[in-house]
Design a protein around this ligand. Structure first.
Ligand SMILES: Nc1ncnc2c1ncn2[C@@H]1O[C@H](COP(=O)(O)OP(=O)(O)O)[C@@H](O)[C@H]1O
Ligand SMILES: Cc1ncc(COP(=O)(O)O)c(C=O)c1O
Ligand SMILES: [Mg+2]
Length: 286
């Protein structure tokens, strides 16, 4: 499996490609990593150094890959933290170029905009770009609850509202694709206080996965779960099975991270969780 992954990179710690690439590689996928930014560390620290790359660099790197003649073997494009809306256009050009080479390739858009605690944490223009330009091209989308609300303009306080918002999001995704959605960090009126949920949707079906809520707040888990969900959806063809595999692995990763008291997710030390999750959680139709 070959995945063109266009997102951020950090020198220290694990977000963006620095969170997504290794789990994919550990599972046996080749990752063609193109970085949208190179930061010292993730922005959740409040301070960081580095650069947002120009859209031209992203375009140039994708063209270089294309010149190797390998795009027909690209199974999917994965995008995440974009840095800048102009980079977003370069990403959509890459998606279009990959689709010409391989009409079966899927585009998975992790619409990184913000989260419940921090609000919007990306540059102005990016939220609108995700809504108006990226999601309409996406075959898969992996918003967290905050991003689902932002993208659809709907409040999500119950499971029924979550399903309605996901259906609204799906109706705006690429019609020729599977319109597969994974909502992360879902907490509704029906969610027990000690739990956190995932909601997967495809083909009119909805499935929920409930895992224990851990006493931590980390960055990069969303980037890892998007990558794993894409990998397992490609492998199994099933959104529910992909959510079970990805959700179980991320729970194991974060349980180990919480036990270690680490501010950064233990992507390397807990790598066995990507291959054989310590606990397997089951999805239920909802
Ligand atoms: N405190 C937590 N306890 C348990 N699981 C968590 C916790 N934080 C994140 N996760 C898991 O990681 C997934 C992705 O994290 P999330 O915070 O939603 O991503 P993002 O960073 O994109 O907002 C969640 O859906 C959940 O499965
Ligand atoms: C550089 C960078 N990339 C990606 C992310 C997204 O991380 P997460 O997986 O927590 O959504 C962040 C969040 O702080 C970030 O600073
Ligand atoms: Mg995210």
């Amino acid at each position: 499996m070959n995945i063109l992954s266009i997102q951020s990179s950090v020198a220290y710690g694990h977000v963006g490609n620095s969170s997504a690439a290794f789990p994919l590689q550990r599972l046996g996928a080749e990752v063609w990593a193109v970085n949208t930014v190179q930061f010292s560390n993730h922005t959740g620290y409040g301070a960081w150094r580095g650069q947002v790359f120009g859209a031209d660099l992203v375009r140039d790197l994708v063209h270089g890959i294309a010149e190797r003649g390998v795009l027909p073997g690209c199974d999917a494009v994965l995008s995440g933290y974009m840095g800048d809306a102009a980079i977003g256009e370069a990403i959509l050009d890459a998606v279009a170029e990959v689709r010409v080479a391989n009409p079966n390739a899927l585009y998975c858009c992790d619409p990184v905009i913000g989260d419940v605690g921090r609000g919007v944490f990306v540059r102005p223009g990016i939220p609108e770009f995700m809504r108006d330009r990226a999601v309409p091209e996406a075959d898969l989308a992996t918003p967290n609850q905050f991003e689902l609300e932002w993208l659809t303009g709907r409040a999500v306080t119950t499971l029924a509202e979550a399903r309605d918002a996901v259906a609204a999001l799906q109706s705006g995704m690429r019609a020729e694709g599977p319109r597969c959605v994974l909502v992360t960090s879902l907490h509704t009126a029906e969610t027990p206080a000690d739990s956190i949920e995932l909601l997967a949707a495809e083909g009119g079906g909805f499935w929920r996965l409930r895992t224990p809520l851990l006493p931590i707040s980390v960055n990069g888990a969303g980037d890892a779960i998007a990558a794993l969900f894409l990998f397992h959806r490609l492998r199994t063809g099933s959104a529910a099975a992909a959510m079970e595999a990805a959700g179980s692995s991320i729970h194991g990763l974060l349980r180990r991270t919480a036990e270690a008291g680490s501010r950064e997710i233990l992507t390397v030390a807990a790598q066995e969780e990507f291959v054989a999750p310590g606990t397997r959680f089951a999805a239920e139709p909802c």
